[in-house]
Design a protein around this ligand. Sequence first.
Ligand code: HEM
Length: 436
Amino acid sequence: MTKEKNSMVKALAGLPKNVWKSVFRNPLPSSDRGRASTSFTNFFLHIQPVRVSKQALRPSYTMGLGLISFFLFVILTVTGVLLMFYYVPSTTQAYDRMLDLRSSVAFGIILRNMHRWAAHAMVAVVFLHMCRVFLTGSYKPPREFNWVIGVILFILTLFSSFTGYLLPWDQLAFWAITVGTSIAGYAPLVGKSLKFLLLGDATVGQEALLRFYVLHVVVLPAVLTIFVAIHFWRIRKDGGLAKPEEVVPVKAQVAVTVQIEQPVAVASGAAVATADAAPRRFTIQGLVRGPFVKVGKLEEDTVFSWPNLLIAEMVVLLITVIGVMVVSILFNAPLEHPVNVMHPPNPAKAPWYFLGLQEQVSYSAFWGGVGVPALELLLLFLVPYIDRSNAGVGRWFARERVWANTLFLTFVLINVVLIVIGTFFRGANWSFVSPF
Ligand code: HEM
């Protein structure tokens, strides 16, 4: 009896340690072998490489923009699921549910603010991440396909935000989506059908609300998750982030001499192996043309992912969560009057990221709304297949890429200026007004 009691006491005393050990198989690593093994055996860490380049960890290189995009997506998923407990996609209830969230649900207002501000931030941060990748030439081989996946992620991010815009069912939402979907209607041949497919009706109403809801909470997040997973997998397969040393373009020819020793005696044309034969030496000489891939310097250029990368990721997560929370405490997400189809605001404006498009539409419905954006998207997709040179990879504003970067920055500047004009300088009937 006392024996049983003793072993029971022992088991209870060892409970915390045993539970910990059952979850974390390895003790905190103190050797290089342990650090490598931690990366292999941990479910969350095994998607990372064991070693990571020092350049990838430098905040001034990536600015953490890809990671911030990912963490914003995680925040949106968590807050979005919590919001689903209260929201009803019905034209008669949606607005009232928004009022309930603001007044009677515990932390409801913070939850809604976090979801709204994180969504705006994700659009902006994903765009900035795309700019970082371009300006460091990181879309060059072998990363062409990951750039294409990235462009798809950018489009999915825009549409996730756009479909969420309608859900509060207030004046802002209703008229922004009315304008946004009418831009889609300008597409030749398919425009009208596309608009009908989106709205499920001729105008924005109950059918549109339900379709936007299903797209927003199921379809787009699921597709985004799949593409983010492919994006991360490709980063691993492409050898981590692009580094300037990867390819050293050497134009000159280099003489190479290779010596092979072989303990083989050759008798009358046939190869006969003899144990005591003196080793024979063969020399092959040739000229090899560049560019050469550099594979050395592994130790100096890289550090263990555990704990270096993990700490960097946790710092970025903390900054992202704190940033979104602080903004959500300081500023409330807008909620205007409930929908009134008889009283359109003048002007009715699309969400800010489509205001550049709306501005273009004011010059030409087809070219502004469809022609130019389609051409821009096509060019974005084709960037890595048009620009084939390997110069200036992995460096910000490399001299060798001055033309590519200038063209890209011009394209970015034009779009930003159009958005600023659409947001601040357009008043009633889309006339030019001064915001000052
Ligand atoms: C939901 C959106 C996205 C997420 C969550 C995401 C996430 C990431 C992360 C975490 C990295 C590695 C770290 C970093 O570069 O900051 C990365 C790298 C990369 N991303 Fe994205 N990304 C997204 C969108 C995009 C877009 C829009 C593009 C381009 C059109 C893009 C192209 C790339 C490329 C080519 C790399 C490899 C860069 C290199 O080797 O230096 N990504 N992404």
